[in-house]
Write a protein that binds this ligand. Sequence first.
Ligand code: WT7
Length: 567
Amino acid sequence: MSNIGEYGKVYQNFNWDISERELGYNKGDTINIGEYCSDRICKMGKGDKLALIWEGFSGESKKYTYNDIRIRSNTIASFLKNLGLKPGERICLFMDRIPELYIGFLGVLKLGGIAQPLFSAFGAESLFTRLEDAQTAAIITQKKHAPKLKTILGQLPYLKHIIIVDDDGSKALREKELAFHLEKEKQIESFDIFPSKAETPSVLHYTSGTTGKPKGAQHVHYSLISQFISTRYVLDLHDDDIYWCNADPGWVTGTSYGIIGPWANGVTQCVLDSGFKAETWYKFIEKHKITVWYSAPTAIRSLMKEGDETVKKFNLSSLRHLCSVGEPLNAEAVLWSKKVFGLMFHDTFWQTETGSIMISNYPGMPIKPGSMGKPFPGITATVVDLKTYEPINKAGVVGLIAIKPGWPSMMRTYWNNETTYQSKFKNGWYICGDRASIDEDGYYWFVGRDDDVINTGGHLVGPFEIESALLEHEAVAESAVVGKPDPINMEVVKAFVALKAGFEPSKMLDLEIMNFIRKKLSPLAMPQEIEFVASLPKTRSGKIMRRLLRAKEWGEEIGDTSTLENE
Ligand code: WT7
């Protein structure tokens, strides 16, 4: 039986008090995410249950119970407190996906600090922009990443401490550096957890920046109310599930649903600290008998590219529920997962800013492959007119995705940038910056990010539909569609295509693909040109950076590229 039961009924009768009640939270109480994710679970009698099964890139493994993460997060919180760090200060977590990252996140929250997770592959410059903007007071990192701070340290007067979690004492520490060892430190059985209230700042997440300078979305402890219940309803976590979220906590999926959601629900989760490799991933699922998996379209397309034979080498029968987020999930990918896993990926739509899932496919609700599904209970969503911001209320008409403000996990501001925050609200709606249409059954269909939409001769064309058509061709591994300048039509459609192994670019293939998609697309949406490329530019969180391809076509400045994968 799924947690949500019948979506339609739940949507009608839902209010956020349901989540508050399930968490045992009463309005006005203190609410600390760190406490809810560890101490509370122990109090429920689950202290000996595994919270984290961790595997490193060379196969080493560690296991932590809820009692282990409770004590160790206390230990980190107490260490930070002894350094003189204060509630409200920004404390950056800059680590690979090692246990210290996950447990440290809870530790920072227990202290009352604002957790600022940053992706460990960032270079000095990307790191600098974000530490400077947040006036970060301390950074928790690993020996191998600390040198990135060397050149920027002089320009970061607010940064007081660099805490190295894996220093074995053999190397002399540099300026401001301190060693901390999660196991060797004196373990703190009880810590005076900061009595945060609903509106106390919790997490500062910098957006992955597909569209310009990264912005720090500031969240509060009350976000737990959304994250807890959406984990139950969408990811459908049950007490005996083994859950895997392959997102890095440098991005919001990796914290909302890679730390907070599963742990506040007292579920065992697995973490794999290694890059993408189909065989390694399948082996991980098989070995740990993973039941619920939250992934992303880029990863799914990479698995598709690897082929069906690879899947067959593994026993993946433990899997029972699959979800996806981050980019549009092409129908092709949903049908593929049905074929090879016997399960469809459930697409979910949300943003760093929204803090939790906004639109989704739910267990038990029929999936229309290619659709993002329907609004989460408690979320009032619609699509609004591009100019008037009035709800369109007409099936099939494209507008901007808009959400009524007021759900618990909404960001409270952009750090240092209240003006941009305010500019996201129009006519009483929060505007996501994405275009979609709603069909007669209430399902949402993604069209493209607002700034990726192509205006060809006054007709608006979304890249998603064209990219999905391209992906159906057997030679196409990935594609990105942008507008290029045209003297007559203002813009025309241009497609960038990366081919699967075994296919070579040629005039013939170009023609063949064009003929193939012609049957699927309206003449307006037909690309004028296909350019074959070895790979597409992506953000480190896996999003295709159409903005970059577009800028090249227009001979424009490419803007901030600090989140570019191959920086
Ligand atoms: C943007 C938000 C929230 C998790 C990671 C992304 C795009 C996200 C979908 C989806 C189509 C999607 C949107 C959105 N996006 N999910 N299911 N279908 N597009 O967080 O980095 O803040 O990006 O990602 O464009 O606005 P983010």
